[in-house]
Design a protein around this ligand. Sequence first.
Ligand SMILES: Nc1ncnc2c1ncn2[C@@H]1O[C@H](COP(=O)(O)OP(=O)(O)OP(=O)(O)O)[C@@H](O)[C@H]1O
Ligand SMILES: [Mg+2]
Length: 291
Amino acid sequence: MQEPEPIAERRRYGRLKWLTTAGPTAFVTVAEVVRFVFLRRWLPPAEVSLVAILVTLVGAAAFSSFVFGIVERMERERTAYKEAMLALKERERLAREMHDGLAQNLAAINLKVHRLSHLLAQRDLEAMAEELVAVQAAVNLSYTEVRQSLYDLKAGQRLAEGFWTALEKQAEEFHRQTGVAVRVEPLPDRQEPWNEMAAVQMLRIVQECLANVRRHAEAHQVRIWGTIQNGEFRLTVADDGKGFEPGQERDRGHHFGLSIMQERAESVGGRVVVQSTVGKGTEVTVVIPIR
Ligand SMILES: Nc1ncnc2c1ncn2[C@@H]1O[C@H](COP(=O)(O)OP(=O)(O)OP(=O)(O)O)[C@@H](O)[C@H]1O
Ligand SMILES: [Mg+2]
C-alpha cells in the first residue's frame, strides 16, 4: 500500500522550519524598529530595556505555544494515521482469513449437503452417515474460526480488567479452543508499568502469536512470561512446536502476521524479536520501553 502521508508530513515540517526561522526574525526586526524609532524618544533607557524584555517574554511564550500546538496536532494526526493503517491491514487480513477459511468451508459444506440430498434420494444410509460426520467437522471448524476472529476484534475491551487478567483469559480461551496448554507468568505484583496503548498492542501481538501457534506450530504447550531488563519490558510467547526459519518465511507474500506484530510494537516505541528453530519451537519476544 502506497503511503502518501510521510511526504505531506515532510512538507509540513519544512514549512514549520521556515516559520520558526522567519517568525522570530520578523518579531525582532519589528521590535528593534519600534525601540529605536519610538520608545527611545519617549522613555528612559532602563525602561526601554524593561519593555523590551517583557515584550520578548510574552512574544516567545505565545510563539512557542503556537509552534508546539502545531507539532502536537501533527503528532496526534500521525498516531491516528498509523492506527488507521494498522486497522486497514488487519481488515485486509480478516477478509483474507474469511476467504481462505470461512468462505471455503461454507462452499465445502454446501457441496456435502448437495451430496447428502443425492444420497438421500438413493437411500444410501451408510454413505449419508459418513457425509454427515464430515459436515459436522466442517461446521465445527468454521465455528472455531469465527469465534477466534470475533475474539480478536474485541481485544481492546478486555483491558478494562487489567492486562494480566486479559492475557490469562485469552490463554484460557485459547486452551479451550485448541487443547494446547498455555501458562501465563505475570510480573511480580502483577505490575503494569506501561501505558494503555502499549497494553493494547501487546495483547494483540500475543493474539497474533497464538493464532500462529494454532495454525502452524502443532505445539503441546505455550508459555507466556514477562520480565524487566535494562529499563525495558519483555513479554515472551514460547511454544514447543515444529518451528520455522524466520528469515525465509517472512519474505514470502501473503504473510502479514509477523510484520503487523513488528509494526504494532514500533507504534509504541518497541520491537519484536522472533527466534525459531525447526523441530524445537518458536519464541516471540515483544520489547517495550517502560515508565
Ligand atoms: N509459532 C509458529 N510455529 C511454526 N511456524 C510459525 C509460527 N509462527 C509463524 N510461523 C511461520 O511463519 C510464517 C509467517 O507467519 P505470519 O504470521 O507472518 O503469516 P501467516 O500466519 O502465514 O499468515 P497471516 O498473515 O494470516 O498471519 C507462517 O506461515 C509459518 O510458516
Ligand atoms: Mg500469522
